[in-house]
Design a protein around this ligand. Structure first.
Ligand code: C2E
Ligand code: CA
Ligand code: CA
Ligand code: CA
Length: 280
């Protein structure tokens, strides 16, 4: 059931039996992937719009599959959660991302303070050991906490229900920055977010894409105005064109990331980006 050409696991197969078999195979392979160290971190630069320079990276996981090649998180994160593997993967991501950032900070002391953003899924967010894991990663890599940014979706915070405020404060008290990922796609009100120790918003790329059309600029402007009133910083995600960049600068978004600057690249290519000292 697994090797249908190079198309990967047939999870979207309408045949229920075939789908169940594929899912089971995926979970087994994921279990092995942890031991065989098949995960990789890719890094996408985050640019300060005031200076036009790289100020940090977002760590994005990939799975170097022995048969199917490089897999994106959409192809396995959900299955990893279902298989109860997300904690171990999260621990690996945290440690690897922090270790990479610590190395870059030593190698590029002039670019400071270089930051690393790590995604925390809803399932991870409901685990009580998360703040312990974060603390351990910071300690093992001797990284200062404020350089580590954790990205959490509005949905994860709201689903976490009762535990969410405590966990957010525990993380905040470690000194890390908390950012809302995919902002604008959830259902939460800014009024609720206001009570949480949030540092900034990552505006979802669906909004950024819309400002290609000048008529839609006021929508993103409204988000930025609200963010400013709540003293939240803003990163615009998914910037793909010069027009979007120009408009985001005019709106005074603090940061931007997207294919216009660079896709997520492996550690070596990201190091090369830092060496080039690019300016946009
Ligand atoms: P995300 O956090 O919203 O990450 C941004 C996604 O948009 C990435 O896809 C990135 O490659 C893509 N992207 C960046 N710039 C552009 C652009 O200009 N245009 C377009 N169309 N797309 C762009 P990716 O790497 O496939 O990650 C997908 C999602 O998987 C992430 O969404 C995040 O929610 C999750 N994810 C990634 N790495 C991890 C991880 O280590 N742990 C957990 N829990 N989730 C992760
Ligand atoms: Ca993210
Ligand atoms: Ca996002
Ligand atoms: Ca997303």
């Amino acid at each position: 059931a697994k090797s249908q050409g190079t198309s990967g696991y047939q999870i979207f197969n309408p045949d229920m039996h075939a789908r169940a078999v594929a899912l089971l195979q995926l979970e087994t392979d994921l279990r092995n992937a942890v031991e065989r160290q098949e995960f990789r971190l890719y890094y996408q630069p985050i640019i300060s719009l005031a200076t036009g320079r790289i100020v940090g990276f977002e760590a994005l996981i990939r799975w170097q599959h022995p048969q199917y090649g490089l897999q994106n998180p959409s192809q396995f994160i959900h299955a990893a959660e279902e298989a109860g593997l997300i904690n171990r993967i999260c621990q690996w991501v945290l440690y690897t991302a922090c270790a990479q950032l610590a190395q870059w900070q030593r190698q590029f002391p002039a670019i400071s303070p270089l930051t690393m953003s790590v995604n925390i899924s809803g399932k991870q967010f409901s685990q009580p050991q998360l703040s312990q894991q974060v603390q351990q990663a910071l300690q093992d890599t001797e990284l200062s906490a404020e350089c580590l940014h954790l990205e959490i979706t509005e949905g994860a915070i709201m689903d976490g229900a009762g535990a969410a405020p405590d966990l957010l404060w525990q993380l905040r008290n470690l000194g890390v920055q908390l950012w809302i990922d995919d902002f604008g796609t959830g259902y939460s009100s800014l009024g609720r977010l206001y009570h949480f120790p949030i540092h900034g918003l990552k505006v979802d790329r669906s909004f950024v894409a819309q400002i290609e059309n000048a008529d839609n600029v006021p929508l993103v402007e409204t988000i930025l105005t609200l963010a400013r009133q709540l003293e939240l910083e803003v990163t615009a995600e998914g910037v793909e064109t010069a027009t979007q960049l120009t408009r985001l600068r005019a709106l005074q978004s603090e940061y931007a990331q997207g294919y216009f600057f660079s896709p997520a690249v492996d550690g070596e290519a990201a190091t090369a980006l830092l060496s080039q000292n690019l300016q946009w």
